[in-house]
Design a protein around this ligand. Structure first.
Ligand code: COA
Length: 379
C-alpha cells in the first residue's frame, strides 16, 4: 500500500530540531542563556522586566527604556470589566490554570491589535499580555475565594505587584527580589512543550492570544508546568527528610513517575536547580522552616543513585511557593506569569519569519480495504 519511503521517526520528537531561535539557548550540560546572557548572572542582578524586555527586543534596555517598559506594563495591568464579570461567573472550584486559559482567550476580544501580526503590533500585544496574565491569575484567585481584586501598587516591580495582588500584603524587599529571580528562571526555555504549542498555533498565522491560549493548556500538564503542583503534593506526603528515601524507593518499585525529576534536554542537571535550591534554603532559614531542602536533597541523592536522573527546577519551586504562602494550585499559574514573556517573544519570532509547522506521522492503521457501501450494511 505504501506510496512513499518511511520518514525518520523520533517518538515525542526527542532530539528533533524543529526550528531556529535567537531567544534562548538551553545547554544540555546544565546551561541556560537568554539572548547570550547567562541566566545565573541575570538571576542575581536583573529584575523580571529587564529579562522580559531582553527576550522581546533582543538587547537589554538602558535605564530610560527599562523605566518606559515598566510603565507600559503597569498601564496595561487592569482587566476590562467584562473579563472581571466573566471571572465572577466561573465555578469557584475551577483550577486556576483553567481560569487563566479562559481569561487569556477572552482578553483577545479586547485587544485592538488582535489580528495584526506585524512585529510592532506583536510587541504591543506582548506588553498587554505580560501585564494582564499576572492580573488574571491574581484577580481570578481572589474572586474564586470570594474576595475582591485589589488595585495595583505601581511603585512595586511587576513581581512585587503580583505578590501584593495575590496576598493583599505589601511584600518584603527580599521576597520581591526572590520572586524576580524566580520569574527570570522561568521566563523562557527554548522549544519546551508550551512554547512549541504557541509556535505551532502562531505558524498558522493565528494571533498571539490564540497561541498563548494553546500554551496555557499545554503548560498545565504534569509532565510540563503542572509538575510544580504535583511536586508539592509529593513533598507534603513525605513530610520529613527521614521518610524521603523510603518513599522514593517505594514509588520507584511501583514504576511511578516522580514529579520534579528528569528532563528531556538536561541530562547533567537542570541549570536552574542550584539557584532555586538556594532560594528554598534561604526562605526556609528566614521563616524557621528549613526541612524542605533536606527532603529534596535526600530525594535527589536517592534518584541519582537509583536511576541516574537529576532534579528539575519544579522540585525546588514547589516548596518555595509554599513558603511564600501559596496553595499548590497556584504553582503552575505563577510559572505562567513569568513564561508569558517567553511565549510572546517566540510568537513574535515565529511571525517575523514564518513557515507553517506541520510534521508528518507514520500511518499504522488498517491497510487499504474496499468500502462495503450502504447497501451491504443495511442488508
Ligand atoms: N521518575 C521516574 N522515572 C523517570 C522520570 C521520573 N520523573 N523521568 C524519566 N524517568 C525514566 C523513564 O521511566 C525512562 O525509564 P526507562 O528507560 O526505564 O523506561 C527514562 O527515565 C527516560 O524517560 P523518558 O520518559 O523517556 O524521558 P522523557 O524525555 O520522555 O521525559 C519528562 C521527560 C520531563 C517528561 C520526564 O522526565 C518526567 O515525566 N518527569 C516528571 C515530570 C516533571 O518533573 N516534569 C517537569 C519537567 S521540567
Amino acid at each position: 500500500m505504501s506510496t512513499e519511503t518511511k520518514p525518520a521517526y523520533s517518538p515525542g520528537l526527542a532530539g528533533v530540531v524543529a526550528g531556529e531561535t535567537s531567544i534562548c539557548w538551553v545547554d544540555p550540560n546544565a546551561g541556560l542563556a537568554y539572548r547570550g546572557y547567562d541566566i545565573h548572572e541575570m538571576a542575581e542582578q536583573a529584575n523580571f522586566e529587564e529579562a522580559a524586555y531582553l527576550l522581546l527586543n533582543g538587547e537589554l534596555p538602558n535605564a530610560q527604556e527599562l523605566m518606559d517598559f515598566g510603565r507600559r506594563i503597569a498601564a496595561e495591568r487592569e482587566l476590562p470589566e467584562p473579563v472581571l464579570d466573566m471571572l465572577r461567573l466561573l465555578p469557584k472550584k475551577m483550577h486556576p490554570m483553567d481560569v487563566l486559559r479562559t481569561g487569556v482567550s477572552m482578553l483577545a476580544g479586547f485587544d485592538p491589535d488582535l489580528n495584526d501580526q506585524s512585529h510592532d503590533a506583536n510587541m504591543c500585544k506582548s506588553i498587554r499580555l505580560i501585564a494582564r496574565v499576572g492580573t488574571l491569575i491574581a484577580d481570578g484567585w481572589r474572586i474564586s475565594k470570594g474576595k475582591d481584586p485589589l488595585p495595583d501598587k505601581n511603585d512595586l516591580t511587576h513581581a512585587g505587584n503580583f505578590l501584593y495582588k495575590l496576598t493583599g500584603q505589601v511584600p518584603e524587599t527580599w521576597q520581591v527580589r526572590m520572586l524576580d529571580t524566580i520569574f527570570i528562571l522561568y521566563a523562557d526555555h527554548d522549544f519546551n512543550a508550551s512554547t512549541f504549542a504557541a509556535r505551532v498555533t502562531a505558524s498558522t498565522l493565528s494571533d498571539m492570544y490564540a497561541a498563548v491560549t494553546s500554551a496555557c493548556g499545554t503548560l498545565k500538564g504534569p509532565l510540563h508546568g503542572g509538575a510544580n503542583e504535583e511536586s508539592m503534593k509529593m513533598l507534603d506526603e513525605i513530610k520529613t527528610p527521614e521518610r524521603a528515601e523510603g518513599w522514593m524507593m517505594e514509588a520507584l518499585a511501583k514504576k511511578a513517575k516522580i514529579m520534579g525529576f528528569g528532563h528531556r534536554v538536561y541530562k547533567a542537571g537542570d541549570s536552574r536547580v542550584p539557584i532555586m535550591r538556594e532560594i528554598a534554603r534561604d526562605y526556609g532559614n528566614r521563616i524557621g522552616k528549613p526541612e524542605w531542602v533536606p527532603i529534596c536533597e535526600k530525594l535527589e541523592a536517592t534518584m541519582e543513585r537509583e536511576k541516574g536522573l537529576c532534579a528539575n527546577v519544579d522540585l525546588y519551586a514547589a516548596p518555595v511557593f509554599t513558603m511564600f504562602g501559596f496553595p499548590s494550585e497556584l504553582n503552575t499559574p505563577i510559572f505562567a506569569a513569568s513564561r508569558i514573556a517567553g511565549w510572546c517573544a517566540h510568537v513574535t519570532e515565529q511571525h517575523d519569519n514564518n513557515r507553517l509547522i506541520r510534521p508528518r506521522s507514520i500511518y499504522v492503521g488498517p491497510a487499504l480495504r474496499p468500502f462495503p457501501g450502504h447497501s451491504s450494511s443495511t442488508k
